[in-house]
Design a protein around this ligand. Structure first.
Ligand code: HEC
Length: 396
């Protein structure tokens, strides 16, 4: 019996990542919601800035907020940090397993940049850590107090990085990388600012000193930034299921647009309870979403139009599939990474190609997910020929 542990490891880490991610983002949503719904305390204790009553799961809850700190520290204080740390650690492990370990197939796109595994991993790490340094410096600079301007600059920076990475890495890997950059900034915010500041406040209280209110304000700012980044980051993390986004010639524009949709929706939920908040935000988000769909389709069609009149014989198709697919998709693959046909898909006969036509269109014609890593450099024209032949022979 031979066991391939890699997919099991992948599954276990991904499971952990999703669980801890839910716990982290869930608490982030909850605390921002809490802050937005606090009321002036009816019978305030010293230092108490807000209170809230809620009912859940059969009982009533009474929260009280002390904006700077309570007079004395309670015996038992709950911290929220392991959700964030474990989400980051499991996420990083998952990325390393898929995109670093399997760099040749999943990270590198030789048609864009002929990197080796070491170079690709180095570029990935430089972008992840460099982006944190950029963001953190921005927050600590004179611009740090202007949240709106900061948001615009950070968004512009990420869009530029998206443009860069989609021209360096495999498209799918580029999308996930933007997610990793944003997710890492969120986790580092917790690790480097929010928690250390809270520790300083607690230390001051234990010494009987008055804590510096600026510590809490800085932590709150990072926490709010994290809140706006959650919806975009979630989409980036699941984007590999949606090839029509990352395989578009203007994939970086689409990513920026989708991120903006997420920010608008998040903002709506944050300000919804305030008087005068209409439906302008969700309506703008919906319009932007539809505009992105039309934009994506238009750009995709422009790419295809270049090859509108390619004729296609089976001999040509056989040559294309032979060159780009059957090293892996054959009864006995010759590709070093595969002992059997991936996904059980064998493309060594006319019948099989026709039988699997919808899948082939999805993976190798309408998008360029296949051949994996485009190691053989399949061209758009070859994709068009393959697509045309499938259309002629199946009517699809
Ligand atoms: C380097 C190896 C490799 C090459 C070359 C390759 N594929 Fe794949 N293919 C895979 C792997 C691995 C999977 C499974 C992907 C996954 O699970 O992410 C796959 C999955 C697929 C699927 C999805 C099957 C399913 O049931 O979901 C299709 C369709 C496909 N390949 C078509 C092609 C076509 C067409 C070509 C040639 C243009 C090609 N592949 C070239 C490795 C390869």
């Amino acid at each position: 019996m031979e066991i391939d542990f890699t997919p099991w490891l992948n599954m276990a880490i991904r499971w952990l990542h999703v669980i801890t991610g839910i716990a982290w983002i869930g608490s982030s949503f909850y605390f921002v919601w809490l802050d937005n719904h606090l009321e002036k305390p009816k019978d305030p204790k010293k230092g108490m800035s807000g209170e809230l009553w809620s009912v859940h799961g059969g009982g009533f809850y009474h929260n009280q907020k002390y904006a700077v700190a309570p007079e004395a520290l309670p015996d038992n204080l709950h911290w929220f940090k392991w959700e964030a740390y474990f989400t980051w650690m499991s996420g990083f492990a998952l990325m390393a397993l898929i995109y670093y370990w399997g760099a040749d197939l999943f990270l590198i796109d030789k048609a864009k940049m002929a990197l080796n595994q070491f170079e690709a991993i180095a570029i990935s790490l430089v972008f992840i850590l460099g982006s944190w340094v950029f963001y953190d410096t921005l927050c600590k600079s004179a611009l740090g107090s202007k949240n709106k301007l900061l948001g615009i600059l950070w968004f512009g920076y990420l869009t530029a990085v998206a443009y860069g990475l989609t021209h360096i890495f495999n498209d799918r890997a580029a999308y996930v990388h933007i997610g990793v950059i944003v997710g890492s900034v969120m986790a580092f915010n917790v690790f480097m600012v929010i928690i250390p500041n809270q520790k300083k406040v607690v230390a001051a209280l234990l010494k009987g000193e008055a804590p510096d209110p600026a510590l809490g304000i800085k932590g709150k700012q990072r926490s709010l930034h994290n809140n706006y980044m959650t919806l975009p980051v979630l989409l980036m993390m699941v984007s590999n299921h949606y090839p029509m986004t990352f395989s578009n010639p203007y994939n970086w524009v689409i990513l920026a647009g989708l991120a903006l949709v997420g920010v608008l929706i998040r903002h709506y939920f944050n300000v919804r309870h305030k008087a005068g908040t209409g439906l302008a935000l969700p309506i703008s988000a919906a319009i932007l979403f539809v505009a992105l769909i039309i934009f994506a389709a238009t750009m995709e069609a422009r790419k295809r139009a270049d090859y509108a009149d390619v004729g296609a014989s089976f001999a040509e198709v056989q040559a294309i599939v032979g060159k780009h697919c059957t090293a892996c998709h054959a009864a006995v693959p010759t590709h070093e990474s595969f002992d059997e046909a991936p996904a059980g898909l064998k493309l060594d006969s006319r019948e099989m190609i026709l039988l699997k036509a919808p899948l082939i269109l999805e993976q190798a014609v309408n998008t360029d997910i296949m051949p994996l890593g485009n190691e053989t450099g399949m061209t758009d024209k070859e994709r068009a020929i393959l697509g045309q032949w499938i259309k002629d022979n199946t009517g699809k």
